[in-house]
Design a protein. Structure first.
Length: 453
């Protein structure tokens, strides 16, 4: 069996604590259901999990928000201290043989013995097999007594802590698929919020697919008990409007502003009480205090930035911990709206001009909503779209092909007919979108395959 501990819930009182304990138990049951044969029950101060596949349940329980720590334990019923001592000898005599050990005990309830008595008696019995050493033990043995049950364990495995998912309403996370934004969404989940996701897709399926992999990993591993909504917005027209009508030095700021405005609309429709972003103050030019102030003007919904005071190394470490890093680094940065010489500030009038430039495109954005449970099927559909275009991808330039290196996409503006062009870009989605536009103009264009797969 598995003993589950919580921390913040324990400081709550009355109906609030009871509701959070029940919510945590439900989320645990949802997370552990794939393990099979699971029973989740509440006891004062703890949640007890009985599971046929203990390894599966332990790993799943450590990814449930609200769980402070877990221990794989032996559950012992007793009528006297002697019963506990006998059980401890049976469980641990082999473990401590020839080793230094220490006994720790905690007790909740009314008993005719103290915690010190437990440590003394268990230690004395096990000293027949090993050596008691309270200062530098090789093994620490834990006896936790609650009412008429005793739980024996040797390891404490950390969980994410925080509050149970669903205890604090809902937010909409603006997720790009990069390293930062999934971590920001994770931190909001850790504070008990249900998190829906918005991804603004600037290109086609080649750009979309790797981002969906990141979102699916985040939600499937951490959003237990909530069938989150993923809003996939088609933002091609927004990108075109920014590139054609906004000063290049403000392209990145304009795209961020568009995300805020679009996110606020979708959040209102979805019943979200705020938005969450992965911004870290000063990390890039669009995340300076002046630019964040400008992008925030007139947005009438709270924007939460849980990473605002973290540096990149801290964010990367968290991305590795939550399991999104290795997928995020495979998502190419979208460079079509990157400013070559970005501005570190923006004023109110410039924000007004940006709003006018993107207004019509913003109104025309189409959004597809996919539930977490539907993501695997949707990802297969998107991958199928990519595979249905084999004639546009090539392994390398052939004879007579002209290799064009794209950095922002506008390099293709000077291309005219009269040759076969192979486009290469760090962002394969941008390369594909550019090739398709060239083909619409009657130009023979191809895309160099992304060697990362």
């Amino acid at each position: 069996m598995i003993l589950v501990r919580y921390s913040e819930i324990a400081v709550k009182r009355g109906a609030t604590r009871t509701a959070m304990e029940r919510l945590l138990a439900r989320n645990l049951a949802a997370a552990l259901s794939p393990c099979g044969g699971v029973s989740v029950s509440r006891s004062p101060g703890r949640i007890v999990v009985v599971c046929s596949d203990e390894d599966c349940c332990a790993e799943a329980a450590k990814k449930v928000f609200g769980v402070k720590s877990i221990s794989r334990a032996m559950d012992v019923g007793f009528s006297s201290l002697a019963d506990i001592v006998d059980a401890a000898e049976k469980a641990w005599s082999g473990l401590v043989r020839g080793r230094r050990f220490k006994v720790e005990a905690v007790r909740v309830g009314s008993h005719d013995f103290s915690s010190y008595d437990v440590k003394r008696e268990v230690g004395a019995r096990l000293s027949n097999y090993g050596t008691v050493d309270v200062k530098s033990p090789e093994v620490v043995l834990h006896v936790e007594i609650r009412g008429e049950r005793a739980y024996l364990y040797t390891e404490v495995e950390e969980g994410p802590g925080g509050l149970p998912l669903g205890s604090e309403g809902k937010v909409l996370a603006l997720v790009s698929g990069g390293i930062d934004s999934p971590v920001a969404a994770w931190y909001m989940m850790r504070r008990g919020t249900h998190v829906d996701v918005l991804y603004c897709n600037p290109d086609g399926p080649v750009t979309l697919y790797p981002v969906l992999r990141v979102i699916e990993r985040l939600l499937s591993q951490w959003s237990h008990g909530y069938n989150a909504r993923v809003h996939v917005a088609q933002c091609h027209a927004l990108v075109d409007a920014i590139r054609s009508s906004v000063e290049p030095a403000l392209w990145t700021v304009a795209f961020r502003r568009a995300l805020y405005l679009l996110g606020a609309r979708i959040a209102a429709r979805a019943g979200a009480r705020g938005m969450a972003t992965g911004e870290s103050l000063g990390q890039v030019s669009s995340q300076t205090l002046d630019n964040l102030w400008g992008c925030n003007l007139g947005v009438d919904i709270p924007i939460f930035r849980p990473l605002i005071g973290m540096d990149k190394d801290e964010i990367v470490a968290m991305a590795r911990r939550i399991g999104t890093y290795e997928l995020s680094v495979q998502v190419p940065e979208y460079c079509a709206v990157f400013s070559r010489r970005p501005r570190k500030w923006v004023n109110r009038e410039e924000i007004s001009r940006i709003d006018r430039a993107i207004g019509d495109a913003l109104d025309a954005v189409q959004v597809k909503v996919v539930r977490k449970s539907e993501l695997p099927r949707y990802m297969d559909e998107v991958k199928g779209e990519i595979l249905s275009m084999p004639d546009i991808f090539v392994d390398g330039p052939g004879q007579g092909h002209i290799l064009v290196r794209l950095r922002r996409g506008d390099e293709a503006d000077s291309i005219s007919g009269g040759g076969k062009y192979v486009l290469h870009c760090d962002d394969p989605g941008l390369a594909l979108a550019t090739a398709l536009k060239l083909r619409e103009r009657g130009i023979d264009a191809y895309v160099l395959k992304d060697k990362r797969g």
